[in-house]
Design a protein around this ligand. Structure first.
Ligand SMILES: O=C(CO)[C@@H](O)[C@H](O)COP(=O)(O)O
Length: 224
C-alpha cells in the first residue's frame, strides 16, 4: 500500500502578526504545528494558550501543539480542553507521563510524547503505549532553521519497527531541519508525519512547498 505522509508546517517560522493568513496559506496541510516555548525548558519564548485559542477560531487545520515547557503535567491539559487536536509534551519534562497521557485523552486530545535528540526511546517504550504520537526531535528544541541531525533516524527506525510489529500504535513524527534535502531520509526511516517550519514559510508559495514535501516523502516512504 502506498503510504500517505502527513505534513505539519510549523508556525514558528510564520509571521506572528498574520497567523490567520499564514494558516490559510497552508490549508492543504494535515496538521498545523504550534511551538509553545517557555524560556525555561528551552532558551526561547514564543506563544501560549491565548494565541492557540485564537488560532483554533481562525483555522480548521487540526492543531498539533508541541509544548516545550516545564511542568507540562500542570499546563498541557489546557491545550487539550481548548480543542487542540494533538498535544505533545516532552518526556524530559513530564513528572508522570502516563497519567498526563490519560488526562490529555480524557480531555479529547491525542497525546504526544517528544524526545530531544539525546534522549533514547528504549526507557519510554512502556510509557509510549499510552500515547498516540511520538515526536522525534531532529534538532535541539528551541529555534527554527537549524541543521537536521541524521543521528536521530535510528530512533525513528526503532519506533517504526515497534509500530509495525504491533508493540506500539503511534504516529511517528519528526521535527527539525526537515526540507527538500532531508525529508527523504526521514521518510525512508519510517516517519509518518513531517514538521517543517522554514522549508514551508520561507518558500515563495507555502502551500506549494507543503505539496512538494508530501510528494517527496510519499516517493521515499516504504510501502506499509
Ligand atoms: O520545535 C521546533 C524547534 O524547536 C520546530 O518545530 C521548528 O519550528 C522547526 O523549524 P525548521 O527546522 O523546520 O525550520
Amino acid at each position: 500500500m502506498v503510504h500517505q505522509p502527513m505534513i505539519a508546517p510549523s508556525i514558528l517560522s510564520a509571521d506572528f502578526a498574520r497567523l490567520a493568513e499564514e494558516a490559510a496559506a497552508v490549508s492543504g496541510a494535515d496538521w498545523l504545528h504550534v511551538d509553545v516555548m517557555d524560556a525555561h525548558f528551552v532558551p526561547n519564548l514564543t506563544i501560549g494558550l491565548p494565541v492557540v485559542k485564537s488560532l483554533l477560531r481562525a483555522t480548521d487545520i487540526p492543531l498539533d501543539c508541541h509544548l516545550m515547557i516545564e511542568d507540562p503535567d500542570r499546563w498541557a491539559i489546557g491545550y487539550a480542553e481548548a480543542g487542540a487536536y494533538n498535544v505533545t509534551v516532552h518526556a524530559e519534562a513530564a513528572a508522570d507521563p502516563v497519567q498526563l497521557a490519560k488526562n490529555l485523552r480524557a480531555a479529547g486530545a491525542k497525546a504526544g510524547l517528544s524526545l530531544k535528540p539525546g534522549t533514547p526511546i528504549e526507557p519510554y517504550v512502556d510509557v509510549l503505549k499510552h500515547y498516540d504520537t511520538l515526536l522525534v526531535m531532529s534538532v535541539e528544541p528551541g529555534f527554527g532553521g537549524q541543521k537536521f541531525m541524521a543521528d536521530v533516524l535510528d530512533k525513528a527506525r526503532t519506533a517504526r519497527r515497534l509500530v509495525d510489529t504491533g508493540h506500539l500504535r503511534l504516529v511517528v513524527e519528526i521535527d527539525g531541519g526537515i526540507n527538500a534535502d532531508t525529508i527523504e531520509q526521514a521518510a525512508e526511516a519510517g516517519v509518518d508525519c513531517f514538521v517543517a517550519g522554514s522549508a514551508v514559510y520561507d518558500a515563495t508559495d507555502p502551500g506549494q512547498a507543503v505539496a512538494r514535501l508530501r510528494a517527496q516523502a510519499a516517493q521515499a516512504s516504504p510501502a506499509r
